[in-house]
Design a protein around this ligand. Structure first.
Ligand SMILES: Nc1nc2c(c(=O)[nH]1)N[C@H]1C(S)=C(S)[C@@H](COP(=O)(O)OP(=O)(O)OC[C@H]3O[C@@H](n4cnc5c(N)ncnc54)[C@H](O)[C@@H]3O)O[C@H]1N2
Ligand code: MOO
Length: 409
């Protein structure tokens, strides 16, 4: 029985989940303004050279560098951005020029206007000018045909601007993974709605929906199913009928008499890959597949659901988008901001705040209360401190490993 297997390590669990992602999804072309945060599906070539010709980097005078020490030069015209000078700048001549304007033929450098003495039609340099000074050579940014961005890259605002400058009006990106989110539990009522005396407000889905949005997924919120196998099975079928890539359930994952999620998933055809991981919080995580749909059954405790979302759902979304590098846990070094007790038998992910010390070190300070029900503590945390199973006590200032939590878009 799967229940009796030794608990999986976080690393093995992540590997199994990523292995179940059947490669990057289909490709779609999106307009530049919608491409931020999406994952590039193909290597992107530059469709033009930037800058296409030598341009001035400053406002001033285009001239031949060797003429700068020779007294007054004759200003024979003007070159501005978008309207270059048609003639040739010969010996003893200068052309008034502005930032971004094409260099006139014959000129090899630009004297900035702060160093120029203008007198009517003449200008003299008050400084030496070296050849190429204040000139942006053709192609210094990129050249036509060069690969400017690689497939699998999650597009930053600067990446999108780079693609625009390389003349791409749209970008080929992985289709956003479709992810159904199903909360379960008789005790759950939506925020702001009337509640029974023993009910609480359903909140976990909002963290999961936010994580999906931040990672570039497209969420389908299936709301809350009560603790009844038939109702949970019906909701699972709804997700499958919608053809989602991933089904995330929340709650009902543990061993209680009313924890029906695993049974319902199996009744709907899930091949169970694993259940339970050697971590805290988040031990009862269900993973399997129903056809091509990857299933992640998150534990119901609010912090456990979020930590499992960060550790497993986020990498899964990245992998489905073809961003293999982004699917790895990005562990960073920091210093402990407080003493920490020896750890128990499970790898622990301790909620912590981050701050820079005056000495310039990143300090992760664990919150005192680590109960897995505390949304307020989680909201005040920026990182998780990783503590291996049975790790000894450590003192404030000692090195720790951290994983940053996803922040807002
Ligand atoms: N005898 C044992 N009991 C428990 C074990 C165990 O190994 N043996 N594991 C504990 C651990 S660890 C966790 S984590 C929880 C996970 O249990 P479930 O996945 O079955 O979660 P629920 O029982 O449905 O809910 C737990 C808790 O979280 C609240 N909850 C659930 N969903 C939401 C939601 N959408 N929004 C807000 N709050 C939610 C729920 O009301 C419960 O308070 O099991 C331990 N028990
Ligand atoms: O692992 Mo549970 O997730 O400790 O609260």
């Amino acid at each position: 029985m799967a229940d009796k297997k030794p608990l999986l390590s976080v690393e093995d669990a992540l590997a199994a989940i990523l292995a179940s992602a059947s490669g990057p999804l289909d490709v779609e072309d999106v307009p530049l303004a919608a491409a931020f945060g999406r994952t590039l599906a193909r290597d992107l070539p530059a469709l033009r050279t930037q800058p296409p010709k030598p341009l001035s980097a400053m406002d001033g005078y285009a001239l031949r560098a060797e003429d700068a020490g020779k007294g007054a030069l004759n200003v024979i015209g003007e070159s501005s951005a978008g309207a270059g000078f048609a003639g040739v700048c010969g010996p003893g001549e200068a052309v008034r020029i502005f930032t971004g304007a094409p260099m006139p033929e014959g000129a090899d450098s630009v004297l900035i206007q702060e160093e120029a003495a203008r007198d009517g039609e003449n200008v003299a340099a008050r400084t030496k000018v070296t050849p190429g000074k204040n000139v942006r050579r053709a192609g210094i940014d990129f050249r036509e045909g060069e690969t400017i961005l690689r497939a699998g890259r999650r597009l930053s605002p600067a990446d999108v601007a780079l693609a625009a400058s390389a003349d791409h009006p749209t970008l080929p990106v992985a289709r956003a993974p479709r992810i159904a989110v199903l909360s379960t539990g008789d005790e759950l009522a939506p925020p702001g709605e009337p509640r029974g005396p023993d009910q609480i407000v359903a909140s976990n889905a909002y963290a999961v929906l936010g994580l999906i949005a931040a990672c570039g997924g497209a969420a389908l919120d299936l709301g809350v199913a009560p603790d009844q196998p038939e109702a949970i099975e019906a909701a699972i079928r709804k997700a499958l009928d919608a053809g989602v890539d991933v089904l995330v359930t929340i709650g009902g994952a543990s061993v209680g008499d009313r924890d029906f999620v695993r049974g319902a998933l199996e009744a709907e055809g899930m091949a169970l890959e694993f259940w339970k991981i050697n971590m805290k919080p988040g031990k009862p995580l269900i993973h399997g597949q129903i056809g091509k749909t990857v299933v992640l059954g998150l534990p119901g405790n609010p912090v456990s659901a979020v930590v499992c979302g960060e550790l497993f759902l986020k990498p899964l979304i990245r992998a489905l988008c073809g961003d293999a590098a982004g699917a790895a846990h990005r562990i960073e070094p920091a210093r402990a901001g407080a003493d920490m007790k020896p750890n128990g038998p499970r790898r622990e992910y301790v909620r912590a705040t981050l701050a820079w010390t005056e000495a310039g070190q990143l300090e992760a300070t664990p919150h005192k209360d680590q109960d897995s029900s505390l949304n307020s503590v989680l909201a005040r945390s920026q990182a998780l401190i990783l503590r291996d199973a049975q790790a000894p006590a450590l003192a404030k200032g000692e090195p720790v490993r951290i994983l940053r939590l996803t922040e807002s878009l």
